[in-house]
Design a protein around this ligand. Structure first.
Ligand SMILES: *Cc1c(COP(=O)(O)O)cnc(C)c1O
Length: 405
């Protein structure tokens, strides 16, 4: 496999020297869980008491660092962690920060937007959906029209990077409209926070959710919501659920320094190490540059092989990229997947409903050099399968033309 990668040398800033994953496992080219640093894994070799002062200090330290990453000094916003995967944090945000009699506009252009609408269904909270299909971005003008026509809408929910296609949605454009219309914006920034800068103060965002195992490069086990303190104070009694009550978690954490129920102690220890590396790499800017370099190396190489991306460059995120399956009848995704895995790379199936596709993630402990190996592995896998051309079918290109229209 990736034999000519340099071994892990403890270098944190130079992005060319990570070396292959510690256990010899394949690279996870997936949007979390993802490939983590050896020291992140090693940080978990320690049992911590959830009640103990050391762990309470770790929780406080993490919360402070996350708010700082969001560009706030801690006066307006706070960070409330929530046990579970990212979806638990999103559900806690929705259930706690939208009042029971509220109406929410959900902007959908993929699986994660749909999940938000489905969550509101479970919660029994009134909502309307603007569904743009598999990947077309919601635009400010559309949102403005809906908000003008329906004064009962109090909240808008947007997915920052829609991981199902990899599109980077126009957050600032939507935030401007939502603010101008006096409504509140909630953001699922799960796969973007930590790599893509977002000035929550300036954009007037009510709350944002993310998790430990995406761009901060920790291991899975908790999510967190960065929310306005006044929104949390006003949220008492909104929640549909005891364990997912963000306001109660906040109140308890402020008062005792503890999580309400058993925290993922090892995961927090790993996350603090991941944050240390994130800072050493130059914070959001440094991480964003590395991921963008990963994407650029990947996309350039794959295009050279004849693959086509779903999205034009304007909409490509540095998080994950969707490629169309080749039209060649010898191409079969599962076989391609298995061959890529045998070469050390775990890729990701596509999530488009109209055309066949697959995805390759750009996030995790890896650099552009690794991405060039990914391209080589794709080249070799196609050759082994007898695929002559990586070009997609006409129907895929016709689908893509909708984005330009
Ligand atoms: C990963 C992700 C989530 C959360 O998924 P989990 O499987 O619950 O961790 C939510 N939204 C987006 C956009 C994501 O990428």
């Amino acid at each position: 496999m990736t034999a000519n990668l340099k071994p892990e040398a403890g270098l944190e800033v130079e992005i060319d020297a990570f070396g292959p994953p510690a256990g010899g496992e394949p690279y996870l080219l997936t949007p979390g869980p993802l490939t983590t640093a050896l020291s992140v894994k090693q940080a978990m070799l320690r049992d911590l008491g959830s009640w103990d002062g050391d762990f309470r200090a770790m929780t406080a330290d993490m919360r402070r660092q996350i708010v700082a990453l969001a560009g706030d000094d801690g006066s307006t916003y706070t960070c409330v962690p929530m046990q579970g995967s990212g979806t638990f944090a999103v559900e806690a945000m929705l259930g706690s920060l939208t009042p029971r009699n509220s109406r929410t506009l959900v902007l959908v252009n993929g699986a994660y937007g749909k999940r938000i609408a489905e969550t509101l269904n479970y919660l029994g909270r009134d909502h309307v959906v603007l569904d743009k299909g598999d990947y077309l971005p919601p635009r400010g003008s559309e949102v403005a029209r809906i908000l003008e026509d329906d004064k009962a809408i109090s909240h808008v929910v947007l997915v920052h990077c829609e991981t199902s296609s990899g599109i980077l949605n126009p957050v600032a454009e939507i935030a401007d409209v939502v603010r101008a219309h006096g409504r509140k914006l909630l953001i699922d920034s799960m796969s973007a926070f930590g790599a893509i800068d977002l000035d929550i103060d300036a954009l007037g965002i009510e709350a944002l959710a993310s998790s430990a195992n995406k761009c901060i490069e920790g291991v899975p086990g908790f999510g967190f919501v960065i929310a306005r303190k006044d929104a949390l104070a006003a949220a008492r009694g909104n929640a549909h659920s005891l364990s997912l009550d963000l306001a109660a978690q906040y109140e308890y954490m402020e008062r005792t320094g503890q999580w309400r129920f058993t925290p993922p102690t090892h995961v927090l220890a790993a996350f603090l190490e991941a944050l240390r590396i994130h800072t050493a790499e130059g914070g959001i800017a440094g991480r964003g540059v590395r991921y963008a370099n990963n994407r650029d190396a990947l996309v350039a190489g794959m295009r050279e092989l004849g693959f086509e991306t779903l999205l034009s460059n304007e909409w490509l995120s540095p998080i994950i990229v969707t490629f169309f399956n080749p039209a060649d009848p010898k191409f079969e995704f599962q076989e391609f997947y298995d061959r890529m895995k045998a070469k050390g790379f775990i890729i990701y199936p596509g999530k488009l409903t109209v055309v066949d596709s697959f995805r390759i993630g750009c996030i995790g402990r890896m650099d552009a050099n690794v991405m060039r190996h990914v391209v080589e592995a794709a080249h070799a896998s196609l050759a082994e399968m007898g695929v002559q051309s990586a070009a997609p079918p006409e129907s895929a290109l016709a689908e893509r033309a909708k984005l330009a229209a």
